[in-house]
Design a protein around this ligand. Structure first.
Ligand SMILES: NC(=O)c1ccc[n+]([C@@H]2O[C@H](COP(=O)([O-])OP(=O)(O)OC[C@H]3O[C@@H](n4cnc5c(N)ncnc54)[C@H](OP(=O)(O)O)[C@@H]3O)[C@@H](O)[C@H]2O)c1
Length: 299
């Protein structure tokens, strides 16, 4: 199997590379899967012609799209670029996957929901994004489903963090050591997701018979850790694990204005991915500890 992974240098892409490398070492290089990780230098999703050109020479059995325009606030300033990467490039990848008879696994977001619900979202709930980033991600989902009604899979995830890049966990660790006091939003609810857990789940899916069988309808799945927390609670737990003595004050979204609106509740129900692919959902606290152990060792 030739498997392409885009977004090589992103949080998910880097977590994927680490797991694939570890698995290959454990397997003693006997793995039948050949992973090809690409960055924007190899495959620039902002350029239609670059995408077409890349796939003339390169053929795959599976394409995993971890690349995206992820700057939620900046997306309003660059809507065209965000739309190209999160929507039009996804549509083009779907069309290429069709012509190469490849499967496509695409990563989407909880931000396609407006967050106005009081319970967790299931895959069939109506999306209603409230910011440009969410709108472009939803357009990508829809285009993919239209172009590729079979043989693709969309995984929506939320609050991604890892040892890599910029994320809430790393920001809190840094600020917590610099300051005596911090204010963190307490009325946005969701579940964090450790990127390594998501990469593991995708690898499990690829190995699963239900994924390998051709001619399957394209499906959406939700994936995040187990737990229902706010950013404030996440910050508190980060400081508790690292024994950082920084006071955390809970504040409302109203008190913490950002250029882009954020949904209030993006809790996602994960029953479908568990049932279909037998994916284990880890507890948010244990995954956070795993990631922080690695981060602390790196310091
Ligand atoms: N981060 C979150 O909290 C979150 C939450 C929900 C869903 N998601 C989704 O999860 C997926 C992975 O997110 P992540 O946190 O790993 O993202 P990330 O760390 O921001 O990485 C995104 C990757 O996309 C690449 N990219 C951006 N523009 C590109 C272009 N024009 N051509 C090719 N590659 C390009 C980036 O390349 P460079 O390294 O060169 O910039 C980067 O490697 C995305 O689909 C995202 O929408 C993320």
């Amino acid at each position: 199997m030739r498997i392409l992974v885009t977004g090589k240098n992103g949080q998910l892409g880097r977590s994927f590379q680490k797991i694939v490398k570890t698995n290959t070492e454990i397997d003693n290089n006997q793995s039948s899967n050949d992973f090809i990780f690409v960055s924007r230098e190899d495959l620039d999703l902002s350029s239609e012609s670059n995408i077409s050109h890349y796939f003339i020479k390169n053929k795959f059995d599976i394409i995993i799209n971890c690349a995206a325009y992820t700057a939620v606030d900046k997306a309003a300033e660059e809507p065209k670029l965000a739309n190209q990467i999160n929507h039009l490039a996804v549509k083009q990848l779907a069309s290429i996957a069709n012509s190469q008879k490849a499967r496509l696994i695409h990563i989407s977001t909880d931000y396609i929901f407006d967050g106005d619900r009081n319970k967790s979202y299931v895959e069939t709930d109506t999306p209603n994004p409230i910011n440009v980033y969410g709108k472009t991600k939803l357009a990508g989902e829809k285009a993919l489903q239209t172009v590729m009604p079979m043989n693709a899979l969309i995984i929506r995830t939320s609050w991604l963090y890892s040892e890599y890049g910029n994320n809430f966990v790393k920001t809190m660790l840094k600020l917590g050591k610099e300051r005596d006091e911090l204010s963190v939003v307490n009325d946005q609810i969701g579940s964090p997701t450790y990127a390594a857990d998501l990469a593991d789940a995708i690898l499990e899916i690829i190995k699963h018979k239900k994924f390998r069988d051709v001619g399957q309808m394209t499906q959406i799945y939700h994936y995040s850790s187990k737990g229902k927390i706010s950013w404030y609670e996440l910050a508190k737990e980060i400081f508790k694990i690292e024994k950082i003595e920084c006071e955390v004050n809970p504040i409302s979204t109203q008190q913490y204005q950002t250029p882009a609106k954020r949904p209030r509740n993006t809790l996602m129900n994960k029953d479908k991915i568990v049932k279909v692919f037998n994916i284990k959902i880890s507890n948010w606290k244990s995954s956070l500890k795993t990631c922080m152990t690695i981060l602390i060792k790196q310091q």
